[in-house]
Design a protein around this ligand. Sequence first.
Ligand code: AHR
Length: 499
Amino acid sequence: MKKAKIITDKHYIISDIDKRLYGSFLEQLGVAIYKGIYDPGNPLSDEKGFRKDIIDIIKEIDVPVVRFPGGNYVSGYRWEDGIGDKKQRPSRLDLAWFTTDNNEFGLNEFADWAKKANTEPMMAINLGTRGVESAQDIIEYCNHPSGTYWSDLRIKHGYKEPHNFKMWCLGNEMDGFWQIGTKTPYEYARLANETAKVMKWVDPSIELIACGSSAYHTPTFGEWEATVLDQCYDNIDYISLHSYYDNNAKDSADFLAHSDLFSEFIDSVIATCDYIKGKNKKKKKINLSFDEWNVWSRQDLPYERWSSAQHRIEDIYKLEDALLVGGMLISLINHSHRVKIGCLAQLVNVIAPIMTTDTGYWKQTIFYPYFHASKYGRGTALNAIVDSPKFDTKNFTDVKAIETAIVENQENEEVTLFILNRSLEDDIELSIDLRQYEGYKVIDKIVLYNDDLNAVNTAENPNNVVPYSAKEEVALDGGRLTSAIKKHSWNVIRIGKRG
Ligand code: AHR
């Protein structure tokens, strides 16, 4: 069997991991909100119309933040349409997705839902068709205690206490031609800075995320980030990254290697942030918010123009998609010194790990690595130096078969190794010296594997690709951990004091 070796040390600390790294995203799109998390009249819903079973599973994942309401949708959104008496709310055309939104679910509903789901809202504002004034109004409505038009209106709507939303995205993908109100780098940068300034005047405690490029491969990537950072540096806290990959080329080896591109993208944005920091002699560091990332084939479902709540972009995820999601999670953990927020896009029904039916829900393959990372990836990320067999693919060279992230949770006295084997042919014998963790025992090894890389779960067959426990595959002798890692598999090895 081929071999791989990992070297780590409890003092080789990358960073404490910000739990917001394991966030997600809900857009007013398809049946993510309507018939997804919000389904009044369904016996599974509560008195507010929120699906209780979906709240429960989101709590089980422990999703720390959820971005809302878009995405592309936000660039035409009038937030005032979604407040106050539901019967009085207007229906509007949504030009992002060519649907109609009756605005029954707005920001107060989202605040209520987020509380129940034990998650923190990450609000996005419209910088496509709107600007400074509407941003001032929304922050005043949401976060100002009382005594002004907008804060008193919130109180009148039944919310005496301010929502105190902390995280705000300054628009969405404003470089994209598909965006309502696309901007040049300088147009966006100026607008974002003025909006940021005013929002922080209203509430200085908020954190602001400026739009980075909508993808690494855009023609303005780099120039966009540099211009935005140059203009907005003092008023923003994060710059965003978005990435979606697909295997439409049907080349699985090449597809799985895309987590290397994901890492390269992050490194390039860090470099750009620090270039502007140095150029302008700034003390503060700008961190990264990877607020949209996933596998997405970009194939839509047939839909009727201007209708509401129809099924849209519901990819059915294969095992290989879950593996790449695992690879991207490993990259996020290994960049946790600079990536503080991450949002798997999206959470329910629309390119999502959780799929609802009228009577329940089922889990896509990508659910599992996301769940494992959120559950076991809290603590301190340790540097892992991996000596692994390598291979080349169409677009990548020296692709390491074994990718890993190591997280130490001092509170629970546990260490978790997330391990991805990207080789399509070879099982690999892995070894790692863990003598520093004296007295630790193997808790578990969780494996997500199927002979068929194309295997999927469906509503009818929801347990086709599910993780299994393989604790017996791990040996921990004299502080050396060894385990055979199956070809094209996702693995979570956990050791701990309590065993
Ligand atoms: O998540 C789907 C879409 O992808 C979002 O609306 C947009 O921001 C991105 O292009």
